[in-house]
Design a binder for this molecule. Structure first.
Ligand SMILES: C[S@@+](CC[C@H](N)C(=O)[O-])C[C@H]1O[C@@H](n2cnc3c(N)ncnc32)[C@H](O)[C@@H]1O
Length: 275
């Protein structure tokens, strides 16, 4: 029997560095959510959970292209706003787009700040990429002031299940799609609400879990294929594997679009601590 390929975990440092060297792949995914997402805006829920007064010193770890602190600045936030990201390319893009916000290149477990510097710390869609979540959370606590607040935003265990069922069905037709099909499991194993709640509680003494349910509605397969092609598990495939993988994905997707638009559900988890 042919052994299954060893798949890098979602928090494998080489995989993370390659995926986020620039914002190209993340940009594709952000655009997919913007163009095809329906339901209550995620940002509204973030704002409700944080209830910022506008004067807090806030650090966004894994800030990527910087949209979150950039949005806060545009909305009139007057407190210090800092974004930290492991990828130098991301930091450069963020700094170019949002010159009024401070961006630093740093890993979540080694933040270049004195203890008790920030009143709010956010980690949005990034803890599943961190090699040691407990080490990162301990560092977050260190830089937060007493009474400071922490918010993690992450994919819930039920994040786009209909999409990943398509990939799994396609991988049964074309086994080369195995690395892509492994994405869902590797992200959930690294950090989701099912293991994350206990980690946050251990680090902060308590954790408040809530969810947001949204959907994406697609009217044809191309944006779905583009979205999937931005994932690390696709980028590891050679040209022939990508060509045959595309055929298999299209075959399965044709069935989903037979009766019109196709809906994919999306559950996001929020973990709040401190305060
Ligand atoms: C999925 S993106 C999320 C970006 C942004 N927070 C958002 O929600 O759009 C993950 C980001 O985390 C960064 N990252 C990954 N591992 C990291 C680490 N150990 N420390 C700091 N940033 C990290 C990546 O470079 C990437 O920019």
């Amino acid at each position: 029997m042919t052994p299954l390929p060893t798949l890098p975990a979602a928090n494998d440092p080489a995989r993370v560095a390659e995926q986020y060297r620039t914002d190209r792949h993340l940009h594709t995914r952000i655009q997919t959510h913007r163009l095809y997402g329906v339901g209550r805006e995620l940002e509204d829920q973030v704002d409700d959970l944080l209830a910022l007064t506008g004067t807090e010193a806030l650090l966004d770890v894994g800030s990527g292209p910087g949209h979150f602190p950039g949005r806060l600045h545009a909305a009139g936030h007057r407190g210090r706003l800092v974004g930290a990201d492991l990828s130098d390319g991301m930091v450069q893009t963020a700094q170019g787009t949002y010159p009024e916000v401070e961006f630093v290149q740093a890993g979540a477990d080694a933040l270049p700040f004195e203890g008790e510097t920030f009143e709010v710390l956010t980690a949005r869609h990034m803890l599943y990429h961190v090699p040691s979540v407990p080490a990162a959370l301990a560092e977050f606590r260190r830089v937060l002031r007493p009474g400071g607040r922490f918010l993690a935003v992450t994919n819930a265990a039920r994040y786009m299940p209909e999409l990943w069922e398509v990939v799994e069905a396609a991988a049964r037709l074309e086994p080369a799609l195995g690395p892509l099909a492994g994405t869902r499991g590797s992200v959930a194993a690294a950090f989701s609400e099912t293991n994350g709640e206990a980690w946050v509680r251990e680090a902060f003494g308590h954790a408040q879990l809530s969810f947001s349910d949204q959907s994406l509605i697609f009217s044809g397969p191309q944006p779905v294929l583009d979205y999937l092609a931005s994932h690390h598990g696709w980028l590891t495939l050679n040209e022939d594997e990508q060509a045959s993988g595309r055929v298999a994905l299209k075959t399965v997707l044709e069935g989903r679009f037979r009766h019109g638009p196709w809906m994919v559900s999306k559950r996001t988890a929020f973990l709040v601590a401190g305060g």
